[in-house]
Design a protein around this ligand. Structure first.
Ligand code: SAM
Length: 276
């Protein structure tokens, strides 16, 4: 059982040695912390506690059991079956928030969170830069329902459908930034994903096709129609050893975008940024 991003925000609390021992036996490294969070979730109801511990012992990610995840310093609701936002995706938030906060547009900036999952990226950008117009899309109904709850806080709009298809037509040529954390795991690497991801996150949230970049290429090919002059598309990729950043830059350039690669050592994150 792998441990999760949620615990980066753990600040201590009440633990139960019996519960912690069960979680440790199930392979959880941060057993005390998880026991404390599951106790807190139970509100003192032993049946709820037992249900949560049993799910965790069975390997279910803690985020699904708690129904929330910490991302970019804020809390995001998460439903089972929806991709759990990873800390490294904070790099996309940095790039998009920096772009829209820094550009003196003289109008409300428009941001699209393409393939939004829980909507974590768009929500984080909107929490950092107040007053943006946010649109999020995903092909998966569970993701769209989860994102709709999350981005309601910032007045965001969520649309169900493939890639750019469900975006309102009036956004054509008006989008200042598109954040697209598309699935980018090469198909032959799917079997090497951590066990809890393989068992609990649907394959369409991670499967990027043969070299992992099928949907990144589609995001690049479609971006020009939606971006405002000077607008940006930002995608996450594997690091340079995977060859993905170089391939993604080529796809961006083929789509007429000026591309460069960003790397954040602390987040161990790689992003490709294209400007229209
Ligand atoms: C790696 S997850 C990222 C989710 C979210 N952006 C995040 O960073 O937490 C990829 C998302 O792409 C969505 N997706 C896969 N294929 C898609 C498509 N053709 N059009 C739109 N969304 C798609 C999946 O449902 C999933 O929510």
């Amino acid at each position: 059982m792998s441990c999760n991003t949620f615990l980066t925000a753990y600040r201590g609390g009440v633990t139960d040695p019996g519960i912690a021992a069960r979680l440790r036996a199930a392979g959880c490294v941060f057993a005390e912390e998880e026991a404390s969070l599951l106790l807190e979730r139970s509100g003192g109801d032993p049946d709820v506690l037992e249900e949560g511990v049993a799910r965790r012992e069975a390997g279910e990610p803690l985020e699904y059991i708690l129904g929330r995840v910490d991302f970019d310093g804020g809390r995001v609701g998460i439903d089972p079956g929806v991709f759990i936002p990873r800390r490294r995706t904070g790099l996309l938030v940095d790039v998009v928030a920096g772009h829209v906060a820094g550009s003196r547009l003289g109008r409300t900036p428009v941001v699209v969170d393409l393939a939004c999952g829980s909507g974590a990226i768009g929500l984080a950008v909107a929490r950092r830069v107040r007053g943006i117009e946010l649109h999020a899309t995903d092909v998966d109904e569970a993701a769209v329902a989860c994102a709709a709850r999350n981005v309601a806080e910032v007045g965001g709009h969520v649309h169900l459908g493939n890639m750019y298809d469900p975006l309102p037509g009036e956004l054509r040529g008006r989008v200042d930034a598109i954040a697209a954390n598309m699935p980018y795991v090469p198909r032959e690497r799917l079997d090497y994903m951590p066990t809890d991801s393989r068992r609990f996150e649907p394959v369409w949230t991670v499967d990027g096709g043969q070299d992992g970049l099928d949907l990144v290429r589609a995001a690049a090919a479609g971006a020009g129609e939606w971006l405002a002059p000077g607008g940006i598309l930002v995608v996450e990729t594997g690091d340079e050893r995977t060859g993905q950043p170089r391939e993604a830059v080529a796809a961006f350039e083929a789509a007429g975008l000026l591309a460069d690669v960003r790397w954040d050592e602390e987040m161990e994150a790689t992003a490709v940024v294209g400007r229209s």
